[in-house]
Design a binder for this molecule. Structure first.
Ligand SMILES: Nc1ncnc2c1ncn2[C@@H]1O[C@H](COP(=O)(O)OP(=O)(O)OP(=O)(O)O)[C@@H](O)[C@H]1O
Ligand SMILES: [Mg+2]
Length: 229
């Protein structure tokens, strides 16, 4: 993808390859991928099962480092960043299976990243309530535990929790995969609004082409490689 004339990429992937190595075999999951991600835009990463989408997302999240090539966040390679700080403050991940903490209620789940960042509990609670309302839920879910929430409600709590970190980059791996189409669409609408109204950079891995075509840029992966469509 070409770099916009007056936009600077928040994440810049250049010639990234990644190999899973074990004693028995080596799998090249990502093959010389280059792409750019800007704030204020939504991106879909699509492609067949096993083509390397989750692996690329985990490299963007700096859960691991590229075997070759580099990923720059605001100009600094993830290899040189303070990765704990990056994962706490700059990037956040939403999963297909919601991954809420089962023993924490709605508010407490959303407060968690703020508490990790040392924000005072009272403030964190107020902010958590605001975020829960912002993603279209009501006070009803404040004190409910994840097992008492529908899938759509759980995923919105997961989105609210992602926003609690203040990270500008939101990585979502099949965020609508466990939702019906109406709830899936709601989550997509929230993610689109976050990008277009508040400048988030939203990167969504999805199998759902109806969702992909609603996002600003679609990146196609095939057997570890990427092309822009
Ligand atoms: N921990 C691992 N060890 C070895 N190989 C792995 C590991 N994780 C993934 N792979 C391999 O790397 C390749 C890419 O996997 P990845 O999970 O990135 O695919 P994906 O595009 O996310 O697939 P899906 O759509 O099914 O989630 C696959 O061939 C997979 O088997
Ligand atoms: Mg995957």
């Amino acid at each position: 993808m070409k770099r916009g004339r007056d936009k600077v990429s928040i994440l810049s992937v250049s010639n990234v390859s990644y190999f899973y190595k074990s004693r028995y075999q080596t799998v090249q999951a990502v093959k010389s991928v280059s792409c750019e991600f800007e704030e204020g835009k939504t991106y879909a990463i699509v492609g067949k099962s096993g083509c390397g989408k989750t692996t690329l997302l985990s490299l963007l999240a700096a859960l691991d480092l590229p075997t070759d090539g580099s990923i720059l966040y605001q100009g600094t390679s993830t290899a040189n960043l303070d990765r704990d700080k990056y994962r706490r403050n700059d990037v956040t991940v939403i999963y297909q299976s919601f991954n809420l903490f089962p023993l924490l209620n709605g508010i407490e789940n959303v407060m968690y990243p703020m508490e990790l960042n040392g924000i005072n509990s009272k403030l964190a609670e107020e902010k958590a309530k605001e975020l829960i309302i912002k993603v279209g839920l009501t006070e009803k879910v404040f004190k409910q535990f994840p097992r008492m929430l529908s899938g759509g409600e759980q995923q919105r709590i997961a989105v609210a929790r992602a926003l609690a970190s203040n990270a500008k980059v939101v990585l979502a791996d099949e965020p609508t995969g466990n939702l019906d189409s109406e709830n899936g669409q709601n989550v997509v609408n929230i993610l689109k609004a976050l990008a277009h109204n508040e400048g988030y950079c939203i990167i969504v891995v999805t199998h759902d082409l109806d969702i992909a075509c609603q996002l600003d840029v679609t990146l196609h992966m095939s057997d570890g490689k990427m092309e822009v469509g």
